[in-house]
Design a protein around this ligand. Structure first.
Ligand SMILES: *Cc1c(COP(=O)(O)O)cnc(C)c1O
Length: 461
């Protein structure tokens, strides 16, 4: 039987959630034009739209909030954050920003422009958008194991290093603005990257003198997986594993809304405190985010972030976090429901293409499954597939994703085992009637970039 690792915390404050009927939910999703981002949060029972910024802060973080120094420049909270981040990542320069995409916006123009490429083990959606907004183009070299949801490999988030080197030679090393290692690999289902793979990527980057950036949103979950699965790291602390990874890169961009367990924040890190592009980082930060000692955040946010950086490294927390996903996976295995297995660190990625093989990618099976789950139990999830990937920026043609996933991203420290059990039962109900779905969705309106957040959809009759 599936085993649940109990929560390493207890509840001190509660937030009521609304119960809705199926009739209400059918009306709400119709009014939202079948886009789950356009639902009202209060009409959702269990919200797994994202694990980003949806975390519950600890008593220590709420206490730290009161210490926030709101000085415009050089506040105490800024120095506290910088000291904590230098300690956790071992980097020489730390720039706070308001979230992960701001880190991308501020850093990427130093390395990317028209005619250049960025290569990743898979890009997160905003990261792809900021590569393109800088004028460059994205190339992806994900380990082919990630495309097989039924293959139980330990490091499905890895870069395909041979393919990466081929691409570098094909485009010319001088045209590769940067390599991005996304740890864990969000778009592959929160799958981890091994230290061995990171070393191989770094050595190819060194050989061709290419800048290596870590997209570090889930650095702590990745480190826990490495500790559990990579024998050479089993006796290392989480912090030692993080240092081993970050020592291999030049910079990182980070959404602190994930593993740092806060609601808002981001960081840029530069290993070399004398790197000349730090001047660009500061200049862009001042133009877009705010002065470099607050980067678009409140002083109190910087305090909470500093505490969260350490709470995120706690091994009993990380074991519970990954244990929750394993429990979810074991229950789905018992019901023979397909998902990206083994489960990643921050959620369950249901294999919607296997729920609905009758639907083509341009009818968005991942979106179909997300809508069905909302109607079934008030669960909010999202498509991580062709609907999310969108259109080719040059031809406007709908791209075909390597996977059609429906992602349940689990907020940190928010829900309990009985919420997860309710969700698993609802997934089972939707699975049982999967053959009754004959049509997907068409897009009736879409913006040119990051369309999935705003687009309107309609059922294909
Ligand atoms: C969330 C995320 C981002 C973007 O961060 P935001 O805080 O949402 O702006 C970038 N990369 C990865 C891998 C992420 O998970």
């Amino acid at each position: 039987m599936a085993h649940f690792i109990p929560e390493p915390y207890r509840i001190k404050m509660v937030e009521p959630i609304k119960m809705t009927t199926r009739e209400q939910r059918e009306q709400y999703i119709r009014e939202a034009e079948y886009n789950l981002f356009r639902l009202r949060g209060e009409d959702v029972y269990v919200d797994t739209l994202t694990d980003s910024g949806t975390n519950a802060m600890s008593d220590a973080q709420w206490a730290a909030l009161m210490l926030g120094d709101e000085a415009y420049a050089g506040g105490k909270s800024y120095f506290k954050l910088v000291e904590a981040a230098k300690d956790v990542f071992g980097y020489g320069y730390i720039q706070p920003v308001h979230q992960g995409r701001a880190a991308e916006k501020v850093l990427f123009p130093s390395f990317l422009e028209k005619g250049k490429y960025a290569i990743a083990n898979l890009f997160f959606d905003t990261t792809r958008a900021h590569v393109e907004l800088a004028g460059a183009r994205c190339l992806e070299c994900c380990n082919p194991e990630a495309a097989d949801s039924q293959l139980r490999a330990p490091f499905k988030g890895n870069m395909d290093v041979a393919k990466m080197e081929e691409m570098i030679k094909e485009k010319g090393p001088e045209n590769i603005g940067m390599v991005v290692m996304t740890i864990t690999n969000n778009s592959a289902g929160g799958q981890p990257v091994s230290l061995k793979n990171m070393r191989e990527v770094a050595s190819v980057c060194q050989k061709y003198q290419i800048h290596l950036n870590i997209d570090a949103a889930r650095y702590a979950e990745n480190a826990m997986f490495v500790k559990m699965r990579e024998p050479e790291c089993k006796d290392m602390s989480i912090k030692e594993i993080i240092h081993a990874f970050f020592d291999l890169a030049d910079t990182f961009t980070m959404s602190a809304k994930k593993d740092t367990i806060v609601n808002m924040g981001g960081l840029i890190g530069v290993k070399d405190e004398n790197a000349p592009y730090i001047l660009n980082i500061k200049a862009n930060c001042i133009s877009y985010e705010g002065f470099y000692s607050y980067g678009g955040l409140n002083g109190r946010d910087l305090e909470c972030l500093a505490v969260g950086l350490y709470e995120g490294l706690d091994e009993s927390w990380l074991r519970y976090r990954i244990g929750t996903m394993e429990y979810f996976g074991e229950r789905l295995d018992e019901l023979e429901i397909p998902y990206q297995s083994p489960p990643g660190g921050h959620g369950i990625f249901l294999d919607a293409a296997k729920f609905y093989p009758q639907l083509p990618y341009h009818e968005f099976p991942g979106q179909v499954l997300a809508v069905e789950l909302y109607k079934e139990c008030g669960l909010r999830s999202c498509d991580i597939g062709s609907y999310m990937i969108g259109n080719d920026p040059d031809t406007g043609e709908q791209l075909k994703s390597i996977n059609e996933f429906t992602r349940l991203a689990i907020p940190r420290r928010v829900y309990t085992q009985s919420h997860y059990d309710m969700v698993i039962e609802a997934i089972h109900e939707v699975w049982k009637r999967r053959e009754s779905i004959n049509h997907g969705y068409k897009i009736t309106w879409e913006p040119p970039i990051l369309r999935h957040f705003q687009a309107s959809l309609a059922p294909i009759e």
